[in-house]
Design a protein around this ligand. Sequence first.
Ligand SMILES: [Zn+2]
Length: 335
Amino acid sequence: MISRTPTQNDFVATMTGDLPGDKLGAVLMHEHVILVDPELEINRPQEWNEAEGLNRAVTDLQAAHERGIDTIVDLTALGLGRNIPRLARIAARTDVNIVVATGYYTWRDLPLWAKRFGCKGSLDDLLTQMFIDEIRSGIADTGIRAGMLKCVTEKYGLTTDVERILRAVATAHIETGVPISTHAHAGTRRGLDQLRVFAQEGVDISKVVIGHCGDSSDLDYLRELADTGASIGMDRFGMQLGPLLEERVATVVRMCELGYSGHMVLSSDYGLHTRMEQEYLDNLQPGHRYSYVPEVVVPRLISSGLSQEIVGVMLCTNPRRILCGTRQGGPEVRS
Ligand SMILES: [Zn+2]
């Protein structure tokens, strides 16, 4: 493992070492590889078949690579069943670069261990230190370092624990320069709450991606987010949730026409789950894969009038600017 820090100019930490920005290629900015609850895995082993799961993950990643995807950001932070040693076995078998995330995923509360730690010392310091350690030293003795910070704000809003995580993520970002990517409930415009907290903490807003913006077709909300300098994640293509494909594509096209191509990233928020959940999802959304964006979405964007260049801005230029240490200069690309 190269010992460069991920904050140095134009490099990003990946599962297989630090990658120069010009090797990132086309990036899906909000994906998962495996989301399996560790407690369920231990107590209901029939819900997960390791060999089958790993093979399917590799197959799905390779299919996307054949369609032109070079890198994914796996936003499976703690709270979603992150397992970095398992992920390393997948990363070794795929040509897709995988950037992993630190942070914590919860809609309302931190788990019991965090409450109990609160009796002994500052939980805020513990969270911040955990995130910084995972960026600087690596995760679970693997030496694999996080290249992204993740946090969540659901319809329940800024609960005590959610706000605590957001502020710890902000502090870790300021300390390390690593960007922030969020899950934000679009229907309640939670991205604006997140940006308020980040601004209070002094976060570089150009390094923030507000997630799940594609769940909204409310251009006022999307423009308000992007006007702060943040990027917005049009990141659930292929999911049978909220607006369907045509509407999601139309929103991206309209935002490009309004001059916001420099503020959008594309993704599908795909990942493998426990067997029972996977069977349900496969039936519900049969085409949902990492390859959905290059295979289905990009051709629709082009046939709707966007140029290859503008699609490249959303798939390559913006991710590189967000993930790597330096901001790529030059004027904003307008359609
Ligand atoms: Zn996600």
